[in-house]
Design a protein around this ligand. Structure first.
Ligand SMILES: C[S@@+](CC[C@H](N)C(=O)[O-])C[C@H]1O[C@@H](n2cnc3c(N)ncnc32)[C@H](O)[C@@H]1O
Length: 256
């Protein structure tokens, strides 16, 4: 179970500036839909990292508090203007505060799925929304084929679970919605999907790879070999390519 792998769960702070620079943002439409279906603008961002999602919610008019387990990520979030309290969400003390929405970007799979949902329900106001979301790669067939053949050669196995290549997502979504159901405190969970895309240069794509915990735990020589080979593939595609993503939201409203 992913949330028990604390080595990976707390690996992101190894290079928080790279993380903040290289990781994709979320579609504005997704942020707007979450807010339109929440009773107000007080948001708790679980596993806020460097504040990528938090800043998008701030820009949409929200008051955002982050909870983050890794002090190195929290420090960057604060420099970016996000209030952060340092704790694992499961142990964090809400001290009587309540929120209109509890969100988690690319983080809910690192949290106990049932315990996390119970805790979220307790701090949500009536009608408040839990919305956890992930950007999942949805590469075009041309890009998928080129990347997958490299992973198969250099790092067999990674091509079958890397979320960057489009794998692993469905398990996260199912675990998220089962956790919300098992908590017994939410209406029936829903899944929303937002397709989007962005262009990448070779350097931009290579910058992102080591920010993924399944890549950063590779022995350095293997990661170097993977990055060199992926770099060659992107050169072969003309030095840049368009990456397609799906931002998938698993969400439920606190039962009245
Ligand atoms: C992949 S990052 C996502 C960061 C940010 N939400 C974003 O959208 O870019 C996952 C974050 O969750 C944090 N995290 C992992 N387990 C946690 C826990 N139990 N409680 C709070 N934060 C946790 C990690 O330290 C990391 O910063």
């Amino acid at each position: 179970v992913l949330h028990r792998d604390r080595r990976r769960a707390e690996s992101f702070g190894a290079d928080p500036r790279r993380y903040d620079r290289a990781r994709p943002r979320y579609p504005t439409e997704m942020v707007e839909r979450i807010l339109a279906r929440s009773p107000g603008l007080d948001v708790l961002d679980v596993g806020c990292g460097t504040g990528i999602a938090a800043r998008q919610f701030q820009a949409a008019g929200c008051r955002v508090l982050g909870v983050e387990v890794d002090p190195r990520m929290a420090a960057v979030a604060r420099r970016n203007g996000v209030d952060v309290e340092e704790a694992p969400f499961e142990e964090w003390d809400p001290a009587g505060r309540s929120f209109d929405a509890v969100v988690a970007g690319q983080a809910w799979h690192w949290i106990d799925p049932v315990g996390g949902a119970v805790k979220a329900a307790r701090i949500l106001r009536p009608g408040g929304r839990l919305a956890v979301f992930w950007n999942v790669g949805a590469p075009s067939p041309e890009v998928a084929e080129a990347f997958t053949s490299v992973y198969r050669k250099v790092m067999p196995g990674l091509d079958e679970y890397s979320v960057l290549l489009g794998y692993g997502g469905p398990d996260r979504f199912a675990t998220g919605s089962e956790g919300m159901r098992a908590a017994g405190l939410f209406d029936e969970p829903e899944q929303w999907r937002f397709e989007w895309q962005r262009p990448y240069t070779r350097d931009e794509w290579l910058d992102q790879l080591p920010t993924h915990s399944d890549h950063s735990v590779l022995p350095p020589h293997q990661l170097d070999a993977l990055m060199a080979a992926i770099g060659d593939v992107i050169d072969g595609l003309g030095g840049c390519f368009t990456m397609r993503y799906a931002a998938v939201v698993v969400t439920a409203v606190r039962a009245g």
